[in-house]
Design a protein around this ligand. Structure first.
Ligand code: SF4
Length: 200
C-alpha cells in the first residue's frame, strides 16, 4: 500500500523538546498515546486510552525534531505503546535517520520475539524490518512489577536492551538520571524519567 505521508498522524500523550532522563545525553522525547498491554503496576496509566492525548502529523513532528538537531543528541520514543501505531512510528524513525544524525531509542512493551513475529508476517516487499535498522537501541518487554528496578532506563529487571547499531553501549545508560522535573515556559511542571512517580 502506498502511504501518503502527509496524511500520517501519531496520537501522542506528550512531547518534550529537551530531557536528560530518557536516555544518554540531551534528548527530545515522544510519548505515544494508547496501550492495551495492561502491565500490572504500570506507572503511566494515563497513556492507555487510545482516544486520549492529541494527534500530530508525522511530518510536523519530524520538522520539529530536525530543527532541534545541534541542540539535542537524539530522540527517545516511549509510551503508551509506540508499536501499536506501527506504520507512523516506522515512517518517523526512517525519516529521522535519513534527515538527521540523531540517535534513536525506542521503548516497547512487546518482546523481541513478538516483534519478530509481526515483521515475519508483513507482505514481502513491504520494507519488512528496514525501519528497525534505523533504531539504535530497542528496549523491549512488559513491565513486571515484582521485578521493578527503575534504574538505567529499565523499569523492571526483565527488560532487554537490543543494541542494533554500535552507537550506544550498556554503560551509556548507567548514569541516566532516574527522574527529572522539567519546568515549561508557562511554569507548568513535567515529572519524567524511569518510573518517576515512585522516585526513591
Ligand atoms: S507496555 Fe508500558 S505503558 Fe503499556 S501497560 Fe506496560 S508499562 Fe504501561
Amino acid at each position: 500500500m502506498f502511504l501518503k505521508e502527509s496524511n500520517l498522524y501519531l496520537r501522542l500523550l506528550g512531547f518534550e523538546d529537551r530531557s536528560y532522563s530518557n536516555g544518554p545525553g540531551r534528548r527530545a522525547v515522544v510519548w505515544t498515546q494508547g496501550c492495551t498491554l495492561n502491565c500490572p503496576g504500570c506507572f503511566n496509566p494515563d497513556s492507555h486510552s487510545p482516544d486520549a492525548g492529541f494527534k500530530v502529523s508525522v511530518r510536523s513532528l519530524v520538522e520539529r525534531i530536525v530543527s532541534a538537531e545541534g541542540e539535542i543528541d537524539g530522540i527517545t520514543i516511549s509510551g503508551g505503546e509506540p508499536l501499536q501505531q506501527w506504520t507512523a512510528i516506522e515512517v518517523l524513525v526512517r525519516r529521522i535517520r535519513r534527515e538527521t544524525g540523531l540517535s534513536i531509542i525506542l521503548f516497547t512493551g512487546y518482546t523481541w520475539q513478538e516483534i519478530s513475529r509481526r515483521i515475519a508476517i508483513l507482505p514481502s516487499g513491504s520494507n519488512r524490518c528496514s525501519w528497525l535498522d534505523c533504531v539504535d537501541v530497542l528496549i523491549s518487554g512488559r513491565f513486571i512489577e515484582q521485578q521493578r528496578v527503575a534504574r538505567g532506563l529499565a523499569g523492571s529487571r526483565n527488560k532487554q536492551f537490543h543494541f542494533l547499531t554500535d552507537r550506544h553501549q550498556k554503560k551509556d545508560f548507567e548514569n541516566v538520571p532516574e527522574a527529572e522535573v522539567v519546568i515549561g515556559p508557562e511554569g507548568d511542571l513535567l515529572l519524567t524519567g524511569i518510573d518517576p512517580l515512585r522516585w526513591e
